[in-house]
Design a protein around this ligand. Structure first.
Ligand code: F1P
Length: 609
């Protein structure tokens, strides 16, 4: 979703801003722009399409100046065109970039129009720059004008404002959309996330909700929503490698798929000892907070929701506690019941998904015993606002379609199952077996990724298909859902997933030779039932692709292609069967020639609801 970069320096900042935008490309966007103050004038360039279009335009007409802002826009209000691209400006004086949605923009627009302001765009953002311009008539400083402006805004935003008459400062405000301040030597920066600024600094502080900050070359002054000066802790970035590098891989997604053995090793490192998962994996105070938990409510969106769905099977089967799972956008707008001794869990790669964050805030008023987030981004909103955090340590994930984050979330959730299970009477043997399976994961994942070539061949069959059906049973049902989501996200093939027992309640009507059916079939207690479902499809002339345990006794024939998957323990089967489905969607997308890492219309960090 929208990406923001701002800089105030002695040197020209155009290249810094441009590199920052390139590093934010993964968030998803449809236009890009930049404004720099040069000799008390605003210079602005905006382009529809990729950051490269903007870079090409800037190569023709470079911007010089030490204070500037830049933006990648993911359209919400107004179509993606140059007129709607950020930065927006008011009267040639004020320029603004914004991430989020101003919910009361219509009434503000009417008010500003009555005051004589003319609007150039269809965006909600433009009200911010006119408001700041208007407030500057009665406030002496840009900071005071922005503080007065944000009091009038409803909704979620992260915004950066500059004034052409004062090239000494950026003023930034955060309410709902993350902003990180980067500290340099004699220069300072702001961005939507750390990745954008890693070439220029490794020292960061996160603004908190309601903060407004004034950033000059030498000083960062932060004020809370009451206008009081506050300190926000400055930390060194924990990002150890430069995730901005694709290395030998053609796409970030492929790189991230192949990083899974390493990511899984890292996520378990130091968290398992003497055959047990250490409660400290979930935070310093986790041992006390997790004891006595009898119910778990999990909230997430997208791929993270599928991890949550899988965990429900595990927590109820192995840990002996009840578990509810819901997508965040539903949970937050309905009245729900809080069970006694209940743990509220959010799962989110980014830690900034607006609906998930709103659900956590709501849950805090609902009497949950404690909150835990399973999250990949240190310092993100969910991490800061939860009682406990399981830091995934998957490394930055750049591909919009989540891959390694998903399997690492599953590993974290299996570890959570082990700890909660121990407090609820799970046998030591079961826990030992679970831990043993977890430890076998990196090697098993590596082995399963060896299916890459076979799956690449198979993908040819899907290139001319418009629909696909994914089937799984038990804890493989969410894996089928994740497989379908991956295929639609990056290859734009319409795909649905069903629990295979549900087939005859509707979806069987869709079966014909143009509807490939993908089945995940580990060798578990539901195998025979699954085989019956496969026969139901075969009898209706369906074409099947079955990812089956080597020992599951499936045979390829005219209507069925069987891809043998290495045998694995039942605990980790959901992780293992995810892998071929990730590879399948990747190879289909390659054949279809889509933008694998930045699929159309999608955003990596969904910071608006
Ligand atoms: C949730 C999510 C991802 C998806 C895409 C959009 O994000 O739906 O699962 O792959 O990137 O957002 P998060 O809450 O896990 O960060």
């Amino acid at each position: 979703m929208c990406g923001i970069v701002g800089a105030v320096a002695q040197r020209d900042v155009m290249e810094i801003l441009l590199e920052g935008l390139k590093r934010l490309e993964y968030r998803g966007y449809d236009s890009a722009g930049m404004a720099v103050i040069h000799e008390q004038q605003l210079q602005r360039v905006r382009r529809v399409g990729k950051v490269q279009e903007l870079a090409d335009a800037l190569a023709q007409h470079p911007l010089s100046g030490g204070t500037g802002i830049a933006h990648t826009r993911w359209a919400t209000h107004g179509e993606p065109n140059e007129r709607n691209a950020h930065p927006h400006q008011s009267s040639g004086d004020i320029a603004v970039v914004h991430n989020g949605i101003i919910e009361n923009h219509t009434e503000l627009r009417v008010k500003l129009q009555a005051q004589g302001y003319q609007f150039e765009s269809d965006t909600d953002t433009e009200v911010i720059c006119h408001l700041v311009h208007h407030e500057l008539k009665t406030h002496e400083t840009l900071l005071a004008a922005v503080q007065a402006t944000v009091k009038q805004l409803q909704g979620a935003y992260g915004t950066v404002v500059i004034d052409r008459r004062d090239s000494e400062r950026l003023v930034v405000a955060r309410c709902g959309s993350p902003l990180v301040v980067g500290y340099g030597l004699g220069e300072n920066f702001v961005a939507s996330d750390q990745l954008a600024l890693l070439p220029v600094t490794r020292s960061f502080s996160y603004l908190e909700e309601g903060d407004v900050a004034e950033i000059t070359r030498r000083k960062v002054s932060i004020f809370n929503s009451q206008g009081e000066a506050v300190e926000r802790e400055i930390k060194e970035s924990e990002i150890t490698h430069d995730a901005g590098d694709k290395g030998e891989y053609r796409h970030y997604m492929l790189k991230e798929i192949h990083e899974q053995p390493l990511a899984l090793t890292r996520t378990m490192d130091g968290r398992i000892a003497h055959g047990q998962v250490l409660p400290s994996a979930f935070g310093e105070n986790a041992a006390a907070l997790l004891q006595g938990i009898r119910h778990v409510q999990i909230i997430a969106c997208g791929t993270s929701y599928h991890a949550a769905m899988t965990a429900r099977y595990w927590l109820e089967q192995w840990a002996g506690v009840s578990c509810n799972v819901e997508i965040a956008s539903e949970f937050r707008y309905r009245k729900s019941f809080t069970y006694p001794d209940s743990l509220f869990v959010t799962i989110s790669q980014s830690g900034e998904t607006a609906d998930t964050l709103a659900a956590l805030r709501l849950a805090k008023q609902m009497g949950y015993k404690a909150s835990l987030t399973i999250c990949n981004v240190p310092g993100s909103s969910l991490v800061r606002e939860s009682d406990m955090a399981y830091m995934m340590k998957a490394g930055a994930e750049i591909g919009v379609a989540s891959t390694k984050a998903f399997t690492v979330q599953l590993a974290g959730l299996l570890m959570l199952t082990a700890v909660i299970g121990r407090y609820n009477g799970m046998s030591a043997d079961t826990e030992a077996a679970m831990v043993h399976s977890l430890q076998s994961l990196p090697a098993k994942v590596e082995q399963t990724l060896g299916l890459d070539e076979a799956i690449a061949d198979l993908a040819e069959d899907f290139a001319d298909k418009s629909h696909a059906l994914f089937l799984g049973r038990g804890d493989q049902y969410p894996i089928a859902m994740e497989g379908a989501l991956k295929l639609k996200e990056i290859s734009y093939i319409h795909a649905e997933a069903y629990a295979s027992g549900e087939l005859k309640h509707g979806p069987l009507a869709l079966i014909d030779a143009d509807m490939p059916v993908i089945v995940v079939a580990p060798n578990n207690e539901l195998l025979e039932k699954l085989k019956s479902n496969v026969e139901e499809v075969r009898a209706r002339g369906g074409l099947m692709y079955v990812f089956a345990d080597v020992d599951a006794a499936f045979q390829s024939d005219d209507s069925m292609t069987v891809i043998p998957v290495p045998h694995c323990d039942e605990f980790i089967a959901p992780l293992i069967y995810t892998l071929p489905l990730q590879l399948l969607s990747y190879h289909v997308a390659l054949i279809k020639g889509t933008d694998v890492d930045q699929p159309r219309n999608l955003a990596k960090s969904v910071t608006v609801e």
